[in-house]
Design a protein around this ligand. Structure first.
Ligand SMILES: C[S@@+](CC[C@H](N)C(=O)[O-])C[C@H]1O[C@@H](n2cnc3c(N)ncnc32)[C@H](O)[C@@H]1O
Length: 293
């Protein structure tokens, strides 16, 4: 029987935690509250965290049906690939960082997998917990409250692009730290070189941010500050992962193209079978990286 406390550690003194009345406590006296079943190990609430909590609100505002369909298919595609490739999941620990409101725990119902949802957004985690997710932890990807080498898999969908405008190295180092030697990371991201982004993909970040800022003026459901995130290339992520001692990359482009109008979606469906487009120009890419033994 999996006990999450066997892999938790204090994000401050890196030592063991004691479970007390409505909180965890470390040997240095730091306390971490447990509210509505969500243990809170977030050390700092900055403007990026506010941006994520805000995202929870704007996500409720709805998208056109064809966009929602592409998002849902994309999510199914990712998790089906994961389940197809990882057949021996019984007794394994999967850390889903940046889980948001993704009810991935439903997909593991009969698999005897310990799925741990981690996010900075308190409200999203509380909603996920209410829906039945067992393990929900509030923490930042850069200071994870887990023991070294304690999880078998790390999954992230659309999180690392939040580091496109900052250094990703401390984050990838932290990911590799909590992964068991030989453990795997499945990372899905928004592709900088997605087909309809190609005309601006080569622009420097400050121009991309300016363009995002302009788009944000009329588009309500937009992340702020605009410099917070940017579509990202596999090369950027692989470079950082390599420094952190991850190896054996496998990169795949995904067949869905969310967030475009129905005309662009029609064009995408026509050209997505062209090998170059299929390989490099999807809306998302995902990669699998393994931690060196
Ligand atoms: C675009 S959403 C994706 C949510 C979910 N993975 C999905 O595919 O539906 C990105 C998620 O990452 C979380 N996030 C952003 N920055 C984070 C950080 N530094 N540490 C942990 N989670 C973070 C956000 O709160 C948000 O829920």
């Amino acid at each position: 029987m999996f006990n999450i406390e066997s892999i938790l550690q204090s994000p401050k003194d890196k030592g063991p935690l004691q479970h007390g009345e409505g909180q965890y406590k470390d040997a240095s006296g730091n306390t971490y509250p447990i509210t509505h079943g969500v243990a809170d190990f977030l050390l700092e609430v900055d403007e990026f965290v506010h941006a994520e909590d805000h995202l929870g609100e704007v996500m409720d505002e709805g998208h056109p049906d064809h966009v929602m369909q592409q998002w849902n298919e994309s999510k199914d595609h990712f998790w089906n690939q994961f389940l197809e490739q990882e057949k021996e999941l019984k007794g394994k620990t999967v850390l889903y960082i940046g889980s948001g409101l993704d009810e991935a725990f439903m997909r593991f119902a009969d698999q005897h997998v310990s799925l741990i949802n981690v996010d900075v957004a308190e409200k999203l985690l509380e909603q996920l917990k209410e829906k039945g997710a067992e393990h929900c932890i509030r923490a930042d990807i850069s200071t994870l409250p887990f023991v070294d080498g304690s999880v078998d898999y790390i999954v992230m969908i659309d999180l690392l692009h939040h580091f496109a405008t900052r250094s990703m190295d401390p984050t990838t180092k932290e990911l590799v730290r909590v992964l068991k030697p030989g453990g795997k990371m499945y990372i899905q991201e928004i592709n900088r070189f997605g087909l309809f982004r190609l005309p601006i993909a080569w622009a420097p970040l400050f121009i991309l941010n300016r363009l995002r800022g302009l788009k944000g003026l009329y588009k309500k459901d937009y992340h702020r500050p605009e410099s917070y995130e940017a579509p990202i290339s596999t090369t950027t992520v692989k470079r950082s992962l390599r420094k952190a001692a991850a190896i054996e990359f496998k990169t795949i482009s995904t067949p869905q193209y969310p967030e475009v109008n129905s005309i662009f979606l029609f064009i995408w469906k026509l050209v997505r079978h062209v090998p170059f487009v299929q390989k490099y120009c999807g809306y998302h890419w995902y990669l699998v990286a393994t931690r060196k033994s």
